[in-house]
Design a protein around this ligand. Structure first.
Ligand code: 3HC
Ligand code: NAI
Length: 695
């Protein structure tokens, strides 16, 4: 065994040289990996006793891509291109043996090899698009030559990996192997030598490109099919252009074109935001005083209280992760209705081909409904999702406190109530935590884990761990009204209402946010969610909202009643501006003595987003969020903030905190509204010329 660099070893197994990469955690292609591959290969080539080379990885995965931490820094030799060229040009067969995930630059390494084999559970993908990039080391040129243009477009533009069976079917790998991977790689190489198999260079394959040459409609159709999901992103179109280049240009020129497009993307604000977000998401898993080795409780059984809008979705999350879950309701009809909705949801997914009918039954089989509270006795975690009323919550928590086993985690899905007060209804407030899911709970990825004043570290660690296990992105937040997401959303909503009174139309306000990159604006969102929810909350708190209250008084609760801020044709969700609503707005403005005017789009954007940024600053100062990037994760996963703008705090840094602060002061002067008073943290950072994210 020879050590080539700190992360690459060379080993001889008979006539086969084995290059093993060990660069934990994910074997990213750091400089020493590239150098190790280059130098190790060079040694194998000069060694007359070596007939073939196998590249494998130690640890949990094959190479998962370029080392993202090197991006934006001066390049260090050797470049990946140089290494790949050397692999492809190697006079002896090179075999990649893949386990775990071969992603990005990792898959590109395999594509430069002459043969590829994979473990059964191996996955193969080019996820660069998710970082706002394109595969920049030949992936856009080689992949279509192997799997065909349509499959390559789909893989490169979605960024989603495929499994070994799919890879085999599309010719991306030559064999699926079982057992010891290195041994299988060596055996494959031996066979290639014995059979004198040719050095198969992907760059020289043409058939699959020829099949679409002169058929521009393939690209037209593909662009059309992804237009909706890729709206606002820059990278997907560059990915398509690079694949087009693979078809229309010779290999070397195609590579050049790929490089140009890659460099453009690397310098783009979208990619900078998406790369920032990649790390932000991983940071969110870290809680400074609850280190990764904090013991979390094992969750074998869960219980959900309430089978309403949220309870059903939450139960689905557990079932989807294979965790048996008991759903407790007060009345049989409510239970049947709730579980009926769950079944309908699963069946709708099956109808789209994303679940088999058997999966539906397996998942339904993991969900048990009951009206007997005693059924929670053996649950390791209970998530309460009953009516949003403090006396009911306290009653329920006192009840489960008496029934649940001593080490169970008791979680509440409350969105507006004080988690500490709910915890006080039990004799074990250390076991109580908020788990704030977002609607629809089976779809939305965000989970705010609300740490109560007395929540123990184990309780918090368990909520975070189970959150990840049920495929959510958990972010730890503190107790305050609305937690992080809704607290900021509330300010946006308040300003949106003022804007329509001052003269903007609901559809103008919505369009400004849609153009910014949100899937929808506040008014269309209100119509979708149901305006009666907020109306009831306002009534409970003695609050008023001139336009929204009037709309609700007319029975316009949104899409479900055929009208809200907009009107809707039967069976169609398209919002149509409604003169009746305009009249309500004008009347309300007149009653309040507001002179309506044209409100420019730029003002709308500032007035909707700056108060959110300001609230984010307060949230940080109050330590409700651990770090600015956590707020960004919450907004991207919970509220559709466009990831290519990083999140509100990252975005604010780009706009410049001084610009935001000064504009807020201007708006305060003009309106006299204290909403525009800059938070002390915003003010300090603006004065210091700093940002939230690097603060
Ligand atoms: N570079 C540097 N660090 C990376 C990395 C990468 N490519 N991929 C993951 N890491 C780090 C993470 O930041 C994390 O660090 P932390 O523990 O300090 O927070 C650690 O590795 C473990 O990562 P995960 O928590 O994500 O581990 P999982 O097991 O959940 O997932 C994974 C593993 C599927 C490999 C996932 O990490 C992943 O998707 N990584 C990114 C893959 C990717 O985007 N590759 C393309 C890179 S761009 C490229 O290759 C350009 C080329 O075309 C030229
Ligand atoms: P819902 O009204 O749809 O469902 C509540 C269910 O709880 C009803 O089916 C009711 O029969 C049941 N229930 C009432 N008292 C009960 C008790 N004592 N024991 C067992 N079941 C009982 O309400 P929804 O929307 O599901 O909200 C539930 C909780 O989730 C609330 O705390 C709410 O604030 C929170 N939440 C709601 C969101 C939403 O968008 N709807 C988003 C995030 C949190």
């Amino acid at each position: 065994m020879t050590t080539i660099t700190q992360s690459v070893q060379l080993d001889r197994r008979g006539r086969v040289a084995v290059l093993t990469v060990t660069n934990p955690p994910v074997n990213a292609l750091s400089q020493h990996v590239r150098q190790g591959l280059r130098d190790g290969l060079a040694q194998a080539v000069t060694d007359a006793g070596v007939g073939a080379v196998v590249i494998v990885c130690a640890g949990r995965t094959f190479i998962a891509g370029a080392d993202i931490t090197e991006f934006g820094k001066p390049p260090k030799a050797p470049g990946l291109h140089e290494v790949l060229e050397q692999i492809e040009g190697c006079p002896k067969p090179v075999v990649a043996a893949v386990h775990g995930t071969a992603l990005g630059g990792g898959l590109e390494v395999t594509l430069a090899c002459h043969y590829r084999i994979g473990a059964k559970a191996a996955r193969f993908g080019l996820p660069e698009v998710k970082l706002g990039l394109l595969p920049g080391a030949g992936g856009t040129q080689r992949l279509p030559r192997v799997v065909g243009v349509e499959k390559a477009l789909q893989m490169i533009v979605s960024g989603d990996p495929i499994g070994a069976a799919d890879a085999l079917q599309h010719g991306l790998i030559d064999e699926i192997v079982e057992g010891d991977l290195t041994a299988a790689g060596v055996a494959f190489a031996e066979r290639a030598l014995a059979e004198r198999r040719p050095l198969r260079k992907i760059r020289d394959l043409h058939d699959k490109l020829a099949a679409v040459r002169g058929k521009p409609e393939v690209f037209v159709e593909f662009r059309r099919s992804v237009a909706r999901q890729t709206r606002g992103f820059r990278a997907p179109e560059s990915c398509v252009k690079a694949v087009e280049a693979a078809v229309s240009l010779p290999f070397a020129e195609g590579l050049k074109r790929e490089r140009e497009l890659f460099m453009e993307l690397m310098a783009s604000p979208e990619s900078k935001a998406q790369r920032y977000f990649f790390f932000a998401e991983r940071e969110a898993a870290k809680i400074p005083d609850v280190p990764a080795d904090t013991p979390a409780k094992e969750i074998r059984k869960a219980a959900v209280l309430g089978a309403g809008t949220m309870g059903g979705g939450i139960a689905m999350n557990f079932a989807n992760a294979g965790i048996p879950v008991t759903v407790v309701e007060v009345a049989r009809e409510a239970l049947d209705r709730g579980l009926g909705v769950v079944r309908k949801n699963y069946e709708a997914t099956a109808a789209k081909g994303r679940l088999t009918p058997r999966d539906v039954e397996t998942r339904m089989g993991l969900i048990t409904g009951t009206t007997d509270f005693n059924a929670v006795a053996d649950a390791d975690i209970v998530v309460e999702a009953v009516f949003e009323e403090m006396p009911i919550k306290k009653d329920v928590f006192a009840k489960i406190d008496a029934i649940c086993k001593a080490d169970a985690v008791l979680a509440t899905n409350t969105s507006t109530l004080d988690v500490n007060e709910i915890a006080s209804a039990t004799k074990r407030p250390e076991s109580v935590v908020g788990m704030h899911f977002f609607s629809p709970a089976n779809v939305m990825r965000l989970l705010e884990v609300v740490r109560g004043a007395k929540s123990s570290k184990t309780t918090v660690a368990t909520a975070m761990a189970v959150g990840r296990r049920i495929a959510k992105v958990p972010v730890c937040v503190g107790v305050c009204d609305g937690f992080v997401g809704n607290r900021m959303l509330h300010l946006r909503g308040r300003e949106a209402e003022k804007l329509i009174l001052e003269g903007a139309a609901p559809h103008q306000v919505d369009k400004v946010l849609v153009d910014f990159g949100f899937p929808m604006g506040p008014f269309a969102m209100g119509d979708l969610a149901g305006l009666d929810v907020g109306w009831r909350i306002r009534k409970g708190k003695g609050l008023k909202s001139a336009v929204a209250d009037r709309i609700c008084e007319l029975g316009r609760f949104g899409q479900k009643t055929g009208g809200g801020y907009y009107r809707y044709e039967k069976g169609d969700r398209t919002p149509i501006p409604d003169p009746e609503v305009e009249k309500i707005i004008v009347d309300a403005a007149t009653a309040q003595g507001i002179t309506r005017r044209h409100v420019p789009d730029e003002e709308i954007l500032q007035r909707l987003l700056y108060p959110m940024v300001n609230e984010g600053a307060k949230i940080l100062e109050e330590k409700i969020a651990i770090r600015a990037s956590d707020i960004d994760v919450i907004w991207v996963y919970g509220y559709g903030w466009p990831v290519y703008r990083g999140g509100p705090m990252f975005w604010a840094d780009r706009v410049g905190l001084r610009t935001i602060r000064d504009r807020m002061l201007e708006l305060r002067r003009a309106s006299g509204d204290d909403l525009w008073t800059p938070a002390p943290l915003l003010d300090r950072l603006a004065t210091a010329g700093r940002g939230f994210v690097e603060a």
